[in-house]
Write a protein that binds this ligand. Structure first.
Ligand SMILES: C[S@@+](CC[C@H](N)C(=O)[O-])C[C@H]1O[C@@H](n2cnc3c(N)ncnc32)[C@H](O)[C@@H]1O
Length: 164
């Protein structure tokens, strides 16, 4: 009975995070450094990962000297990400809803969500990002928006010229 209860709780948490943003599917490891190269992430940049999963990208961004902030709603994944980033300076792993993250100070924002959330991500970026900031959407494009540059991999890079 206890095991069934635990199983149902875990299933519920994964279901809620899947509905709220995306299910957990990790970005390909070999893409991580390439993606950070592509957006020219540099020391002192403020990097956000919306739905940071197991925290690999947050840690990799901080290792380049960025101030790296990850948001993760799934408490199990949050623990994994938090443990991964333990001891890595300039990392913050927030247990919270990515839709509530304040992106106004971000230089680079990365999100790996699903197509149905792209319009909401687009609106959030348009409202909150400063003109010099970049939004990176892994795998899924924002179909209504032109990319800032052609990326060399499975991600799409956007810039929001002015706040709306
Ligand atoms: C497709 S996975 C990507 C994981 C990670 N970014 C990577 O590339 O390896 C999407 C992640 O977003 C998380 N997520 C979904 N909805 C969320 C929400 N509302 N707030 C924060 N995280 C959320 C999921 O738990 C999952 O870890």
């Amino acid at each position: 009975m206890v095991f069934l209860g635990i199983f149902l709780l875990v299933a519920l948490i994964f279901m809620v995070t899947s509905i709220s943003g995306a299910p957990w599917v990790p970005a390909r490891s070999f893409d991580i450094e390439k993606l950070l190269d592509d957006v020219k992430l540099k020391k002192g940049d403020v990097f956000y990962e919306l739905g940071c999963g197991d925290g690999r990208l947050v840690k990799a961004a901080a290792a380049r000297g960025a101030q790296a902030i990850g948001y993760e709603l799934n408490p199990f994944l949050w623990v994994v990400a938090w443990l991964r980033c333990l001891g890595q300076p300039n990392t913050t792993v927030m247990l919270g809803d990515l839709w509530k993250a304040d992106l106004s100070k971000a230089d680079v924002v990365m999100a790996f969500l699903v197509p149905r959330t792209m319009p909401k991500l687009d609106r959030k970026a348009a409202t909150e990002l400063k003109p010099s900031a970049l939004l990176v959407s892994y795998i899924f494009p924002i179909v209504s928006k032109k990319t800032a540059h052609t990326s060399s991999g499975s991600w799409h890079v956007y810039r929001y010229a002015k706040k709306s």
